[in-house]
Design a protein. Sequence first.
Length: 332
Amino acid sequence: MTGTRYRQAGGGPDGRSGPDELYGRLKAYEGRAAATAGVGKDLVNEPMIRHWCEAVGDTNPAYAGPGAIAPPTMLQAWTMGGLSGHSDRSSAYDELFGLLDGAGYTSVVATDCEQEYLRPLRPGDEITFDAVIEAVSERKTTKLGTGYFITTRTDVRAAGEPAGTHRFRILKYTPAVKGRGAKPGGAPEAGQDGRMLRPRPVINRDNAGFWQGVAEHKLLIQRCGGCGALRFPWLPGCNECGCQEWDTVEASGEGTVFSHVVMHHPPFPAFRTSDDAGSYAVALIELAEGVRMVSNVVGVPHGKVRTGMPVRLEFLRTDPELELPVFRGSGG
């Protein structure tokens, strides 16, 4: 799950109390098909496996060369319909979304997923699947707003054999509106001066040490106590050897832009900068130590950010309670 906290709401999108008549209508969709006899648009293939592994920095030898398998976490990737979608999606799923949209729950955010693996996926496997609307929650109020959690379960087959199960949960909601002096419970949050605040990072037992390092102006990378491999982001175990023992090394702060995108829309005041009028560069930074992390490139106009650009770590205080590691581009 994400770090979103929620409580049961007593009313509709406007927050007024009253019986939740819509929930009864939504509940009737539980157990109905979301997709039937779906077929993956591509066979499991080596190029997609390679791109996936490069993007996440996974160098496990099981995913390359003769006899390679696909990373288990790619289970959902082979079922995705892309921009054109799938023709086998059921009318029930569209009807469910239509009910929610019509009632004012027009925004959507993915909250979490769960996967179960039954069989390795190998290049050449044809992927087929069925999906069902597994659960609709009662109305909840979260920091994002009020809405309903919807869980779909996709049963995946490879070459006709059961390969795994993917559960995907979203929140369909009406965004909360907050202004100066509003109490916690809506989004986005505003500071005492009325400015919008950046979203808070989710801190848990697996990454608390990283954020403690940030508070001390240190960028800490995990180092496996078994094989010595460095890893980022922080994880409870090593991807290389599975060892759960680890210590940390402090990054030098030097790196280069491995890839990047420029965010233009929708604008969010908390990310606004004086030189880019609200647009900003989000980059995958390759640190000198060999690991990669996602951060912002600052100090240069977003149109000047380039792959291979040298960058240097610095810490950006976005508000009195939040400081983040960012990277200043050369020439800034």
